[in-house]
Design a protein around this ligand. Structure first.
Ligand code: PEP
Length: 263
């Protein structure tokens, strides 16, 4: 199967935003936009990753949307189950609250909160065991890219989790390639560079698992309506993980629409 036959995903990562009233407004606007101009989930799967304390209220507000919008946790504890771990939320507790999707390995977690390869692998292992679907983020820094190490770094990040993923669990993983230098900077990887890396990621995944040919590989890094169509046209770019532009309902909708139309 070619990468372009895969249903695209467009997921908004709200990061540590917004205030409650703005979040409610944003969801209302998005629901209205989806009601006005429907995007079927066969053409594009849409998700939103709010702050952890808003997961349940966002999920509730999205319940009557005209199309399913996935509620995605931005992170998960590396500890499984329940117990004396102040401040942590385990994969089991997410699942218990019907939160079925989680981001793991976002570069902000890796860089600011010391989520190293071992921590990320523990999170992946526990999330899969709890039955969550993971959006696994990978990406190189500007320094690594300039040294010609981008591919090695990204493929290593895939290998970092390979040992904890069982053969039958790969279909529960979506990969998001997010070059760190493109996140929140307004700089986007060129469609050619992004496509090249996505093709390498698919090749790497396919060497590990037959599911690699069918896994969605999202691009993240300053995606906006203005560049979404070009990115969506690349065969191995199967959607987007969207930060800044997901805080505006119209922009986020337009990105999802671009992927739904182009794929
Ligand atoms: C992100 O943080 O996942 C992201 C891609 O951010 P932005 O779209 O703002 O670059």
């Amino acid at each position: 199967m070619s990468g372009s036959a895969i249903t695209p995903w467009v997921v908004g990562n709200w990061k540590m935003n917004p205030m409650q009233a703005d979040a409610q407004k944003l969801i209302q606007e998005l629901k209205q936009r989806l009601a006005d101009q429907h995007i079927s989930k066969e053409r594009c799967r849409i998700g939103i990753a709010p702050i952890s304390i808003a997961l349940l209220s966002v999920q509730q507000q999205l319940a009557d949307a005209s199309v399913e919008v996935m509620t995605v946790a931005q992170d998960v504890s590396r500890i499984a189950g329940t117990g004396a771990y102040t401040g942590e939320v385990s994969a089991n507790l997410l699942k218990d609250s019907q939160i079925d999707y989680v981001l793991i390995g976002h570069s902000e977690r890796r860089e600011i909160f010391a989520d190293n390869a071992q921590v990320v692998a523990e999170k992946v292992k526990n999330a899969l065991a709890a039955g969550l679907h993971i959006i696994y983020c990978v990406g190189e820094s500007l320094e690594q890219r300039e040294k010609g190490q981008a591919e090695v770094v990204v493929l290593q990040q895939i290998c970092d989790i390979a040992a904890v993923v069982n053969a039958d669990q790969w279909h529960n993983i979506t990969v998001a390639y997010e070059p760190i230098w493109a996140i929140g900077t307004g700089k986007t990887a060129s469609p050619e560079d992004a496509q090249n890396m996505h093709a390498k990621i698919r090749e790497g995944l396919s060497q590990i698992t037959p599911a690699g040919a069918r896994m969605a590989i999202l691009y993240g890094g300053s995606v906006k309506p203005e560049n979404a169509v070009e990115l969506a046209a690349c065969p191995d770019i199967n959607g987007a993980l969207v930060g800044g532009a997901s805080l505006n309902a119209e922009s986020f909708y337009q990105i999802a629409h671009a992927f739904a139309q182009t794929k």
